[in-house]
Design a protein around this ligand. Sequence first.
Ligand SMILES: CCCC/C=C/CC(=O)SCCNC(=O)CCNC(=O)[C@H](O)C(C)(C)COP(=O)(O)OP(=O)(O)OC[C@H]1O[C@@H](n2cnc3c(N)ncnc32)[C@H](O)[C@@H]1OP(=O)(O)O
Length: 324
Amino acid sequence: MNSLRARAHLLFGRRSHQSLAPHQHLSPAVANDLVISTVDENSGIAMLTMNRPPANSLSMEMNEAICDSIKTIEANAKIQSVILSSTNPKIFSAGLDVTELVSPDKDRLPRFWNSLQQVYIDLYGSRLATVAAIQGHAPAAGCFLAMACDYRVMSAGDINSDTKKKHVPTIGLNETQLGIAAPPWMGQLLVRTVGFRQAELALALGTLFPPEQALAVGLVDDIVPHQKAESGEDQLIDLLPSQIKDQALNPLLQRAYSQARIYAKIPPQARVASKMVTREEHIFRMIAKRDEDTQHFCGFVTQKAVQKNLSAYVEALKNKSAKK
Ligand SMILES: CCCC/C=C/CC(=O)SCCNC(=O)CCNC(=O)[C@H](O)C(C)(C)COP(=O)(O)OP(=O)(O)OC[C@H]1O[C@@H](n2cnc3c(N)ncnc32)[C@H](O)[C@@H]1OP(=O)(O)O
Protein backbone atom coordinates (compact mmCIF):
# COMPACT_ATOMS: atom_id res chain seq x y z
CA MET A 1 0.00 0.00 0.00
CA ASN A 2 1.58 3.33 -0.96
CA SER A 3 1.47 6.01 1.66
CA LEU A 4 -1.24 8.11 0.00
CA ARG A 5 -3.58 5.16 -0.35
CA ALA A 6 -2.81 4.04 3.16
CA ARG A 7 -3.51 7.53 4.44
CA ALA A 8 -6.83 7.65 2.61
CA HIS A 9 -7.67 4.24 4.05
CA LEU A 10 -6.92 5.50 7.54
CA LEU A 11 -8.67 8.81 7.21
CA PHE A 12 -11.75 7.68 5.39
CA GLY A 13 -11.83 4.00 6.17
CA ARG A 14 -13.84 1.73 3.97
CA ARG A 15 -16.76 4.09 4.16
CA SER A 16 -19.92 3.22 2.25
CA HIS A 17 -22.90 5.53 1.95
CA GLN A 18 -25.30 3.50 4.00
CA SER A 19 -26.98 5.43 6.80
CA LEU A 20 -28.99 4.26 9.80
CA ALA A 21 -32.06 5.73 11.39
CA PRO A 22 -31.57 7.45 14.76
CA HIS A 23 -31.42 5.00 17.67
CA GLN A 24 -31.61 2.10 15.25
CA HIS A 25 -29.57 -0.80 16.52
CA LEU A 26 -27.15 -2.10 13.97
CA SER A 27 -27.27 -5.75 13.07
CA PRO A 28 -24.82 -7.76 15.11
CA ALA A 29 -21.50 -7.98 13.30
CA VAL A 30 -21.81 -11.73 13.13
CA ALA A 31 -24.71 -14.06 13.64
CA ASN A 32 -23.59 -15.21 17.09
CA ASP A 33 -23.45 -11.73 18.64
CA LEU A 34 -19.77 -11.81 19.59
CA VAL A 35 -19.85 -8.06 19.37
CA ILE A 36 -22.96 -5.91 19.69
CA SER A 37 -23.00 -2.54 17.96
CA THR A 38 -25.50 0.22 18.67
CA VAL A 39 -25.60 3.75 17.30
CA ASP A 40 -27.33 7.02 18.09
CA GLU A 41 -27.11 9.42 15.17
CA ASN A 42 -28.50 12.32 17.24
CA SER A 43 -25.50 12.36 19.53
CA GLY A 44 -23.05 10.93 16.95
CA ILE A 45 -22.06 8.22 19.45
CA ALA A 46 -21.92 4.45 19.00
CA MET A 47 -21.22 1.61 21.39
CA LEU A 48 -19.30 -1.52 20.53
CA THR A 49 -19.85 -4.09 23.26
CA MET A 50 -17.75 -7.23 23.42
CA ASN A 51 -19.90 -10.24 24.23
CA ARG A 52 -17.89 -13.46 24.09
CA PRO A 53 -18.39 -15.33 27.37
CA PRO A 54 -16.73 -16.27 29.53
CA ALA A 55 -13.85 -13.79 29.16
CA ASN A 56 -14.12 -11.86 25.86
CA SER A 57 -10.93 -13.59 24.78
CA LEU A 58 -9.87 -12.84 21.23
CA SER A 59 -10.39 -15.79 18.90
CA MET A 60 -10.07 -15.28 15.14
CA GLU A 61 -13.86 -14.92 14.87
CA MET A 62 -13.91 -12.39 17.71
CA ASN A 63 -11.20 -10.30 16.04
CA GLU A 64 -13.11 -10.41 12.76
CA ALA A 65 -16.33 -9.40 14.52
CA ILE A 66 -14.59 -6.40 16.12
CA CYS A 67 -13.23 -5.29 12.72
CA ASP A 68 -16.63 -5.79 11.06
CA SER A 69 -18.29 -3.69 13.73
CA ILE A 70 -15.78 -0.86 13.42
CA LYS A 71 -16.25 -0.93 9.65
CA THR A 72 -20.04 -0.82 9.95
CA ILE A 73 -19.99 2.05 12.45
CA GLU A 74 -17.44 3.99 10.37
CA ALA A 75 -19.72 3.63 7.36
CA ASN A 76 -22.23 5.86 9.12
CA ALA A 77 -20.99 9.40 8.50
CA LYS A 78 -23.11 10.74 11.37
CA ILE A 79 -21.16 8.82 13.97
CA GLN A 80 -17.99 10.41 15.40
CA SER A 81 -17.30 8.52 18.63
CA VAL A 82 -17.51 4.94 19.79
CA ILE A 83 -17.34 3.46 23.29
CA LEU A 84 -15.65 0.06 23.51
CA SER A 85 -17.17 -1.91 26.38
CA SER A 86 -17.92 -5.41 27.63
CA THR A 87 -21.05 -7.28 28.70
CA ASN A 88 -18.94 -8.92 31.41
CA PRO A 89 -18.77 -6.64 34.47
CA LYS A 90 -15.56 -8.27 35.72
CA ILE A 91 -13.60 -8.77 32.49
CA PHE A 92 -13.02 -6.20 29.73
CA SER A 93 -11.09 -8.75 27.66
CA ALA A 94 -8.78 -11.59 28.76
CA GLY A 95 -6.57 -11.00 25.71
CA LEU A 96 -5.87 -13.59 23.08
CA ASP A 97 -7.87 -16.77 23.27
CA VAL A 98 -5.01 -18.93 24.51
CA THR A 99 -6.66 -22.05 23.12
CA GLU A 100 -5.86 -20.64 19.65
CA LEU A 101 -2.17 -20.96 20.56
CA VAL A 102 -2.06 -24.52 21.86
CA SER A 103 -1.54 -27.31 19.28
CA PRO A 104 -2.57 -24.84 16.58
CA ASP A 105 -3.82 -25.75 13.13
CA LYS A 106 -1.04 -24.64 10.79
CA ASP A 107 -3.39 -23.00 8.27
CA ARG A 108 -5.48 -21.23 10.89
CA LEU A 109 -2.57 -19.87 12.99
CA PRO A 110 -1.37 -17.22 10.47
CA ARG A 111 -4.98 -16.25 9.71
CA PHE A 112 -5.62 -15.88 13.43
CA TRP A 113 -2.59 -13.59 13.80
CA ASN A 114 -3.60 -11.58 10.73
CA SER A 115 -7.00 -11.03 12.32
CA LEU A 116 -5.34 -9.53 15.42
CA GLN A 117 -3.08 -7.33 13.28
CA GLN A 118 -6.23 -6.13 11.51
CA VAL A 119 -7.83 -5.16 14.82
CA TYR A 120 -4.76 -3.03 15.49
CA ILE A 121 -4.96 -1.35 12.06
CA ASP A 122 -8.71 -0.79 12.20
CA LEU A 123 -8.98 0.31 15.83
CA TYR A 124 -5.77 2.33 16.21
CA GLY A 125 -6.29 3.91 12.79
CA SER A 126 -10.04 4.44 13.04
CA ARG A 127 -11.51 7.78 11.98
CA LEU A 128 -13.75 7.44 15.04
CA ALA A 129 -12.83 8.81 18.45
CA THR A 130 -12.58 5.67 20.56
CA VAL A 131 -13.19 5.51 24.32
CA ALA A 132 -12.45 2.31 26.22
CA ALA A 133 -14.76 1.66 29.20
CA ILE A 134 -12.63 -0.78 31.17
CA GLN A 135 -14.95 -2.30 33.73
CA GLY A 136 -12.86 -5.35 34.54
CA HIS A 137 -9.56 -7.10 33.86
CA ALA A 138 -7.64 -6.20 30.72
CA PRO A 139 -4.51 -8.38 30.52
CA ALA A 140 -2.26 -8.69 27.44
CA ALA A 141 -4.24 -8.18 24.23
CA GLY A 142 -7.10 -6.91 26.44
CA CYS A 143 -4.75 -4.08 27.43
CA PHE A 144 -3.80 -3.70 23.77
CA LEU A 145 -7.47 -3.11 22.83
CA ALA A 146 -7.67 -0.36 25.43
CA MET A 147 -4.35 1.19 24.34
CA ALA A 148 -5.52 1.26 20.72
CA CYS A 149 -8.35 3.58 21.80
CA ASP A 150 -8.06 7.37 22.15
CA TYR A 151 -9.15 7.51 25.78
CA ARG A 152 -9.28 4.99 28.62
CA VAL A 153 -11.62 5.09 31.58
CA MET A 154 -11.21 2.31 34.16
CA SER A 155 -13.39 1.17 37.02
CA ALA A 156 -11.79 1.42 40.46
CA GLY A 157 -13.39 -1.95 41.29
CA ASP A 158 -16.27 -2.84 43.54
CA ILE A 159 -17.23 -4.82 46.60
CA ASN A 160 -19.48 -7.86 46.33
CA SER A 161 -22.50 -7.06 48.50
CA ASP A 162 -22.89 -10.71 49.62
CA THR A 163 -19.31 -11.84 50.18
CA LYS A 164 -17.92 -8.33 50.89
CA LYS A 165 -14.97 -9.36 48.76
CA LYS A 166 -13.32 -6.57 46.81
CA HIS A 167 -12.91 -7.01 43.07
CA VAL A 168 -10.01 -4.96 41.73
CA PRO A 169 -9.48 -5.12 37.98
CA THR A 170 -5.98 -5.01 36.54
CA ILE A 171 -4.52 -3.95 33.20
CA GLY A 172 -1.16 -4.49 31.50
CA LEU A 173 0.92 -6.47 29.04
CA ASN A 174 1.64 -9.55 31.16
CA GLU A 175 2.95 -11.77 28.34
CA THR A 176 6.35 -12.45 29.88
CA GLN A 177 4.55 -14.08 32.81
CA LEU A 178 3.28 -16.65 30.30
CA GLY A 179 6.73 -17.25 28.82
CA ILE A 180 5.91 -15.29 25.66
CA ALA A 181 6.62 -11.75 24.51
CA ALA A 182 4.21 -9.12 23.22
CA PRO A 183 4.79 -8.44 19.49
CA PRO A 184 6.81 -5.29 18.75
CA TRP A 185 3.83 -3.21 17.60
CA MET A 186 1.92 -4.07 20.79
CA GLY A 187 4.91 -3.38 23.05
CA GLN A 188 5.47 -0.09 21.24
CA LEU A 189 1.90 0.93 22.02
CA LEU A 190 2.81 0.64 25.70
CA VAL A 191 5.89 2.79 25.12
CA ARG A 192 3.69 5.36 23.38
CA THR A 193 1.18 5.28 26.20
CA VAL A 194 3.30 5.29 29.37
CA GLY A 195 6.75 6.36 28.14
CA PHE A 196 9.97 4.44 27.63
CA ARG A 197 11.15 3.60 31.14
CA GLN A 198 7.76 2.62 32.56
CA ALA A 199 7.12 0.46 29.49
CA GLU A 200 10.55 -1.15 29.67
CA LEU A 201 9.93 -2.13 33.28
CA ALA A 202 6.35 -3.26 32.76
CA LEU A 203 7.13 -5.30 29.63
CA ALA A 204 10.02 -7.17 31.22
CA LEU A 205 8.10 -7.93 34.42
CA GLY A 206 4.72 -8.51 32.78
CA THR A 207 3.18 -6.03 35.21
CA LEU A 208 -0.57 -5.97 35.69
CA PHE A 209 -1.51 -2.59 37.15
CA PRO A 210 -4.44 -2.04 39.52
CA PRO A 211 -6.47 1.09 38.61
CA GLU A 212 -4.66 3.65 40.76
CA GLN A 213 -1.24 2.57 39.52
CA ALA A 214 -2.50 2.43 35.95
CA LEU A 215 -3.61 6.03 36.34
CA ALA A 216 -0.31 7.04 37.94
CA VAL A 217 1.76 5.70 35.01
CA GLY A 218 -0.68 7.05 32.40
CA LEU A 219 -1.93 3.69 31.18
CA VAL A 220 -5.48 4.91 31.79
CA ASP A 221 -6.74 8.49 31.68
CA ASP A 222 -9.34 8.32 34.41
CA ILE A 223 -10.62 5.97 37.10
CA VAL A 224 -14.19 5.93 38.30
CA PRO A 225 -15.37 4.78 41.72
CA HIS A 226 -18.13 2.22 41.62
CA GLN A 227 -20.94 3.98 43.54
CA LYS A 228 -24.07 3.99 41.45
CA ALA A 229 -24.83 7.44 40.00
CA GLU A 230 -28.08 9.06 41.15
CA SER A 231 -28.99 10.17 37.68
CA GLY A 232 -27.36 9.91 34.30
CA GLU A 233 -27.40 10.73 30.64
CA ASP A 234 -30.74 9.59 29.19
CA GLN A 235 -29.19 9.09 25.78
CA LEU A 236 -26.84 6.47 27.17
CA ILE A 237 -29.81 4.19 27.87
CA ASP A 238 -30.66 4.12 24.17
CA LEU A 239 -27.14 3.05 23.34
CA LEU A 240 -26.95 0.15 25.77
CA PRO A 241 -27.54 -3.30 24.28
CA SER A 242 -30.22 -5.39 26.03
CA GLN A 243 -27.56 -7.50 27.81
CA ILE A 244 -26.44 -4.46 29.82
CA LYS A 245 -29.56 -2.29 29.74
CA ASP A 246 -29.51 -2.18 33.55
CA GLN A 247 -26.14 -0.38 33.45
CA ALA A 248 -27.51 3.07 32.60
CA LEU A 249 -26.40 4.41 35.99
CA ASN A 250 -23.04 2.70 35.92
CA PRO A 251 -20.64 5.60 36.59
CA LEU A 252 -17.95 4.09 34.36
CA LEU A 253 -20.24 4.03 31.34
CA GLN A 254 -21.52 7.49 32.25
CA ARG A 255 -17.95 8.80 32.29
CA ALA A 256 -17.09 7.06 29.02
CA TYR A 257 -20.23 8.49 27.46
CA SER A 258 -19.45 12.06 28.50
CA GLN A 259 -15.92 11.70 27.07
CA ALA A 260 -17.35 10.30 23.80
CA ARG A 261 -19.64 13.35 23.66
CA ILE A 262 -16.72 15.73 24.11
CA TYR A 263 -14.94 14.08 21.17
CA ALA A 264 -18.10 14.08 19.04
CA LYS A 265 -18.25 17.87 19.26
CA ILE A 266 -14.75 18.43 17.83
CA PRO A 267 -14.80 19.12 14.06
CA PRO A 268 -14.09 15.61 12.71
CA GLN A 269 -11.64 16.57 9.93
CA ALA A 270 -9.43 18.36 12.45
CA ARG A 271 -9.74 15.58 15.03
CA VAL A 272 -8.89 12.83 12.52
CA ALA A 273 -5.99 14.78 11.01
CA SER A 274 -4.49 15.34 14.46
CA LYS A 275 -4.92 11.66 15.33
CA MET A 276 -3.00 10.68 12.24
CA VAL A 277 -0.12 12.98 13.20
CA THR A 278 0.62 10.70 16.12
CA ARG A 279 -0.50 7.33 14.70
CA GLU A 280 -0.04 6.92 10.96
CA GLU A 281 3.71 6.37 10.97
CA HIS A 282 3.34 3.63 13.57
CA ILE A 283 0.62 1.95 11.53
CA PHE A 284 2.60 2.16 8.27
CA ARG A 285 5.60 0.61 9.96
CA MET A 286 3.50 -2.29 11.18
CA ILE A 287 1.85 -2.80 7.77
CA ALA A 288 5.29 -2.86 6.11
CA LYS A 289 6.40 -5.62 8.50
CA ARG A 290 3.12 -7.49 8.66
CA ASP A 291 4.24 -10.69 6.91
CA GLU A 292 7.50 -10.80 8.84
CA ASP A 293 5.55 -10.35 12.07
CA THR A 294 3.21 -13.22 11.15
CA GLN A 295 6.10 -15.54 10.33
CA HIS A 296 7.84 -14.66 13.56
CA PHE A 297 4.67 -15.26 15.59
CA CYS A 298 3.96 -18.65 13.96
CA GLY A 299 7.58 -19.76 14.31
CA PHE A 300 7.69 -18.72 17.96
CA VAL A 301 4.37 -20.19 19.06
CA THR A 302 5.01 -23.57 17.46
CA GLN A 303 8.34 -24.09 19.27
CA LYS A 304 8.22 -27.13 21.51
CA ALA A 305 9.22 -25.28 24.68
CA VAL A 306 6.66 -22.51 24.06
CA GLN A 307 3.93 -25.09 23.41
CA LYS A 308 4.79 -26.76 26.69
CA ASN A 309 4.46 -23.45 28.60
CA LEU A 310 1.22 -22.55 26.88
CA SER A 311 -0.36 -25.98 27.48
CA ALA A 312 0.49 -25.74 31.16
CA TYR A 313 -0.93 -22.22 31.28
CA VAL A 314 -4.25 -23.22 29.68
CA GLU A 315 -4.49 -26.21 32.02
CA ALA A 316 -3.89 -23.95 35.04
CA LEU A 317 -6.57 -21.51 33.86
CA LYS A 318 -9.09 -24.34 33.52
CA ASN A 319 -8.21 -25.82 36.90
CA LYS A 320 -8.48 -22.45 38.58
CA SER A 321 -11.92 -21.90 37.12
CA ALA A 322 -13.04 -25.46 38.01
CA LYS A 323 -12.06 -24.91 41.66
CA LYS A 324 -14.37 -21.88 42.05
C1 LIG B 1 3.52 -15.69 21.14
C2 LIG B 1 3.36 -14.26 20.90
C3 LIG B 1 1.98 -13.82 21.24
C4 LIG B 1 2.04 -12.66 22.11
C5 LIG B 1 0.74 -12.04 22.38
C6 LIG B 1 0.00 -12.36 23.42
C7 LIG B 1 -1.17 -11.60 23.77
C8 LIG B 1 -2.15 -12.29 24.68
O1 LIG B 1 -3.20 -11.73 24.83
S1 LIG B 1 -1.79 -13.78 25.43
C9 LIG B 1 -3.21 -14.11 26.46
C10 LIG B 1 -2.97 -13.53 27.80
N1 LIG B 1 -4.13 -13.58 28.64
C11 LIG B 1 -4.05 -13.92 29.90
O2 LIG B 1 -3.00 -14.28 30.40
C12 LIG B 1 -5.30 -13.85 30.71
C13 LIG B 1 -5.70 -15.17 31.26
N2 LIG B 1 -6.88 -15.02 32.09
C14 LIG B 1 -6.85 -14.55 33.35
O3 LIG B 1 -5.84 -14.13 33.87
C15 LIG B 1 -8.14 -14.53 34.09
O4 LIG B 1 -9.03 -15.37 33.44
C16 LIG B 1 -8.78 -13.12 34.21
C17 LIG B 1 -7.94 -12.25 35.16
C18 LIG B 1 -8.92 -12.44 32.86
C19 LIG B 1 -10.19 -13.25 34.83
O5 LIG B 1 -10.11 -13.97 36.02
P1 LIG B 1 -11.42 -14.60 36.64
O6 LIG B 1 -11.03 -15.22 37.93
O7 LIG B 1 -12.51 -13.60 36.68
O8 LIG B 1 -11.90 -15.69 35.58
P2 LIG B 1 -11.27 -17.16 35.30
O9 LIG B 1 -11.97 -18.14 36.17
O10 LIG B 1 -9.81 -17.12 35.36
O11 LIG B 1 -11.68 -17.38 33.78
C20 LIG B 1 -13.05 -17.54 33.40
C21 LIG B 1 -13.10 -18.39 32.19
O12 LIG B 1 -12.45 -17.72 31.10
C22 LIG B 1 -11.45 -18.58 30.53
N3 LIG B 1 -10.34 -17.73 30.07
C23 LIG B 1 -9.75 -16.73 30.78
N4 LIG B 1 -8.81 -16.16 30.03
C24 LIG B 1 -8.78 -16.78 28.85
C25 LIG B 1 -8.02 -16.61 27.67
N5 LIG B 1 -7.07 -15.66 27.55
N6 LIG B 1 -8.26 -17.44 26.64
C26 LIG B 1 -9.20 -18.39 26.72
N7 LIG B 1 -9.98 -18.61 27.83
C27 LIG B 1 -9.77 -17.80 28.87
C28 LIG B 1 -11.07 -19.50 31.68
O13 LIG B 1 -10.44 -20.66 31.21
C29 LIG B 1 -12.42 -19.74 32.30
O14 LIG B 1 -13.11 -20.61 31.44
P3 LIG B 1 -13.94 -21.87 31.98
O15 LIG B 1 -14.80 -21.33 33.09
O16 LIG B 1 -14.69 -22.35 30.80
O17 LIG B 1 -12.89 -22.83 32.46
